[in-house]
Design a protein. Structure first.
Length: 152
C-alpha cells in the first residue's frame, strides 16, 4: 500500500491512482507481501534539492530520492519500507528529453525509487543491468515503453 502525498502546486497534474497502480505493480512483480507499505511524495525542485544536500551532500535538484526504513508495525504486522521523493519539475524535463508523457516518467521514477527501497542499486555495472531489467519488465507490464533510461 502506498501513501501518496502530492505537493499542492502539482495536485491537479498528478493522478494518485496512477502512482498507486505503479507501486502495486512493482510490489506484485517482485512478490512483495501485501503487508508492505511506503510513501511516495511528489514535490518541487527546492524541496528535493534541500534533501539531496542534507543526505547526499549534493547541492542540486535530482529526479528521485529513496529513504529505506524497514520498520514493522507491531500492531498490524505491516512493514514500512520507506519513502520515495520525486521532483515533478525534473520529471517534466526528463519526459521532454526522452519524448514521452510526464505520467510515464513519473511511473519510471516511482518504480526506480521503490526498487531502491527494496535493496536494488546501480552503482556497479552488473547491479545496474539487473535493476534496469526489472524496471523495464514492470514498465512493459504497465504498457509503457521508455526510450532511454541512462541515469536516475
Amino acid at each position: 500500500m502506498a501513501i501518496v502525498e502530492i505537493s499542492g502546486s502539482f495536485a491537479t497534474q498528478v493522478k494518485p491512482s496512477l502512482i498507486n497502480r505503479t507501486v502495486n505493480s512493482t510490489l506484485a512483480t517482485l512478490s512483495i507481501s501485501d503487508d508492505t507499505s511506503l510513501s511516495i511524495v511528489i514535490t518541487d525542485d527546492q524541496t528535493i534539492q534541500e534533501l539531496n544536500l542534507k543526505y547526499r551532500e549534493t547541492n542540486k535538484p535530482t529526479d528521485v530520492l529513496s529513504f529505506p526504513a524497514g520498520h514493522v508495525d507491531p500492531e498490524s504486522g505491516t512493514t514500512y519500507i520507506g519513502d520515495v521523493i520525486i521532483s515533478y519539475p525534473q520529471a517534466v524535463i526528463q519526459a521532454k528529453q526522452r519524448g514521452h508523457p510526464v505520467d510515464h516518467e513519473l511511473q519510471l521514477l516511482v518504480i526506480h525509487g521503490t526498487l531502491h527501497l527494496l535493496g536494488h542499486d546501480h552503482v556497479e555495472s552488473a547491479q545496474k543491468k539487473r535493476m534496469w531489467a526489472v524496471q523495464e519488465n514492470i514498465l512493459n507490464q504497465l504498457g509503457i515503453v521508455i526510450n532511454s533510461v541512462d541515469g536516475e
